[in-house]
Design a protein around this ligand. Structure first.
Ligand code: G3H
Ligand code: ZN
Length: 287
């Protein structure tokens, strides 16, 4: 059964580790992430962007697929199905479709409007038992059409949003979606420290998890990050493994063109990446 992300993130914050959110795109992605979580006894969050939601034909299809897999793969670890960078309307659709968690990304609105819309969603999510992520500041780069300037969050604004009763808070601290440029200035731990001091027990979320050096991940966790989002890295390893299989001509041999064979190396590569991240984030054995 899908669960809200609330318990797993509060435990992670208290235990000084982070739960990974891994974005999914199809059946192979979902199967790989769930298998990695179950085999490593780790809680996990399946992230779905609005673009990936459309690609998979809609939120109800995703809920059906994930619930089926939880049962037929005998998944017993806590799993949350979470809308990533959602609009207000997207959140409403996911709540109705059966997601267990949503992110309302109101970071591009003036703070008053972000507060007003987040307040409304806090009420609805509380009534329905879903977890809610809000965002302040912005994540640089682009993910599925969501573009951010990358400005660091104002800690006072973070406190205002946290005080509304959201479950988790994403704050821009110099993090970027996609690959980090060579001249990247790194995460602003000064900003993160100020946010954590003002928001207390609130689990903080680090977006743009692809390519952040390990020591920065550890430092972020020590300063209150309890959820880390990873998307691009799984896409890259999937593409690399699939390319290798095709370039080796394996798709032309025997029944190598069978999609179940063609997609297997990429699926295994996603699973290996997810396991690596779970170890780095410290969530292994925490289910
Ligand atoms: O919302 C999802 C993420 O923040 C993932 O970022 O693609 O850089 O790993 P990433
Ligand atoms: Zn993100």
């Amino acid at each position: 059964m899908l669960v809200s992300a609330k318990d797993m993130l509060q435990k992670a914050k208290a235990g000084k580790y982070a739960v990974g959110q891994f974005n999914i795109n199809n059946l192979e992605w979902t199967k790989a992430v769930l298998a990695a979580a179950q085999e490593n006894n780790s809680p996990v969050i399946l992230g779905v962007s609005e673009g990936a939601g459309k690609y998979m034909t809609g939120y109800k299809t995703i809920v059906g697929m994930v619930n089926g897999m939880l049962e037929e793969m005998n998944i017993t670890v806590p799993v949350a199905l979470h809308l990533d960078h959602g609009s207000f309307e997207g959140c409403m659709k996911c709540i109705e479709a059966g997601f267990s968690s949503v992110m309302f990304d109101g970071s591009h609105y003036p703070i008053e409007e972000n507060i007003a819309k987040t307040t409304e969603l806090v009420k609805i999510c509380n009534e329905k038992g879903l977890s809610l992520e809000a965002e302040v500041g912005s994540i640089g780069g682009e993910e599925d059409g969501v573009v951010g300037a990358g400005e660091c969050a104002d800690p006072e604004e973070c406190k205002m949003i946290a005080d509304l009763g959201v479950t988790m808070l994403a704050a821009g601290i110099g993090n970027i979606h996609g690959k980090y440029p060579d001249n990247w200035a790194g995460l602003s731990f000064e900003t993160l420290d100020a946010i954590q001091k003002l928001t207390g027990d609130m689990p903080l979320v680090l977006h743009g998890g692809t390519g952040i050096p390990e020591e920065m991940i550890q430092q972020a966790i020590s300063l209150g990050v309890a959820k880390i989002n990873v998307n691009t890295e799984c896409q890259v390893v999937f593409a690399e493994a699939t390319r290798k299989y095709i370039e080796a001509g394996k798709d032309l041999q025997g029944k190598g063109f069978d999609p179940r064979k063609l997609l297997a190396p990429g699926t295994d590569a996603i699973k290996a990446t997810v396991v690596e991240k779970m170890k780095l984030f410290g969530s292994v054995g925490k289910a």
